[in-house]
Design a protein around this ligand. Sequence first.
Ligand code: TYM
Length: 333
Amino acid sequence: RQRVLTGITTTGTPHLGNYVGAIEPAIAASRDEATESFYFLADYHALVKCEDPERVQRSTLEIAATWLALGLDTGRAVFYRQSDVPEIPELTWLLSCVTAKGLMNRAHAYKAAVDDNRDAGEEPDQGITMGLFSYPVLMAADILMFNAHRVPVGKDQIQHLEMARDIAQRFNHRYGEHFVAPEAIIDEHVATLPGTDGRKMSKSYDNIIPLWLPEKKLRKAIMKIKTNSLEPGEPKDPDTASVYAIYAAFAGPEQRQAMRAAFADGIAWGEVKQQLFELVNAQLAAPRERYEALMADPARVEDELRRGAKKARAISRPLMDRLRAAVGIRALG
Ligand code: TYM
C-alpha cells in the first residue's frame, strides 16, 4: 500500500493555513483504502523555533485535539507524537553522517537567518543553533522512518522534501536500498494560504486566523483581512485579493465561480468577508464543538497518542534494527 505521511510543528495554535494546507487533505487521503497514513506532531521540531515549554505542551494538545476533532480515524491512520518514537532521533544521527553539509547550507530557513544577521551587521551565524541548521535532517528521518511514498505539505516544505530525497539516495547508495524516495504532494488550489496581511499565513508573521476561534471572534478576524481601497460597485480582481484566496480554499468550484462573477460586478469588501465568514464558520461549527470537548479531556487525547506510538514503533523498531546492522554497529539479531 502507498504510505502517506505528514507532520505539524507544535509551536502554536493551529490556523486556517494548517487546516487547508495540511490537515484537511491529509484526513481526506486517510479515507482511501489504498493508502496507509502516518500523521504526527513534530514536537522535536518545535524546540528549534520555540523556547517556551508551556507553549510547546499546550500546542501539542491543541494540534492533537484538532486532528481528532476534524475526524481523523485513528483506527486506520497511525497518529503519534514524534518524541514518542525514539528511533526517529536515532535515525537522524545515521542520516546526519551521510548528509552533505553543503546541502544544509542551502536550506531556505538557514539562509534567511544568515541574511538577517548580515543585514543587521552581525556575525553570519549569530544566534543560529545546530537545531535550526540540521532541521531538514530530522525531517528526513520523520519521513524515511516510515518509508512514506507521499508527503502532503504546503509549498514552503518543498525544499525539505527534496533534501529528504537526496539524503535517502545517499544512504541507499552507501548501505543498500533501505529507503523509498518520498514525493511532496501539493494541492495547487490551496498551495499557500495568505494571512490577514496578504503574506503567507504563518505563526512567525503574526497574521494567522486561528482555526478554533469562537464564532464572534472568527467573524472579527475575517473582517480584519487587508483589502485595497476599491469602493462597492468597482470591479475587483480576485487573483490579488487575500479574501478571495481564503474563500477559494474553502469553497467548491461553483461557489468559486459565483464569487469571481461577484468580484467582476463590484461586490463590496464587507460583503465578501461576510460570505467568507459564513462559509468557514459552517465548515468549522461542528468540529469546533468536538474540539472543545477534547480540550476539556486531555487524558483521552493522551490515550490516542499512546496507542499511536505503539503502532508507529512496531514499524520503526524493526527498521532501526536493520539500519543499525546495515551501518555495522550491530549484527542483525
Ligand atoms: P508547519 O508546522 O510549519 O506547518 C504544517 C503544515 O501546514 C502547512 N502550512 C500551510 N499551508 C498552506 N498555507 C499556509 N499559510 C500554511 N502554513 C503552513 C505547511 O506547509 C505544512 O505542511 N517542517 C514542517 C513539519 C514537519 C513535517 C515533517 C512535515 C516536520 N516533519 C515531515 C511533513 C513531513 C513544518 O514546520 O510545518
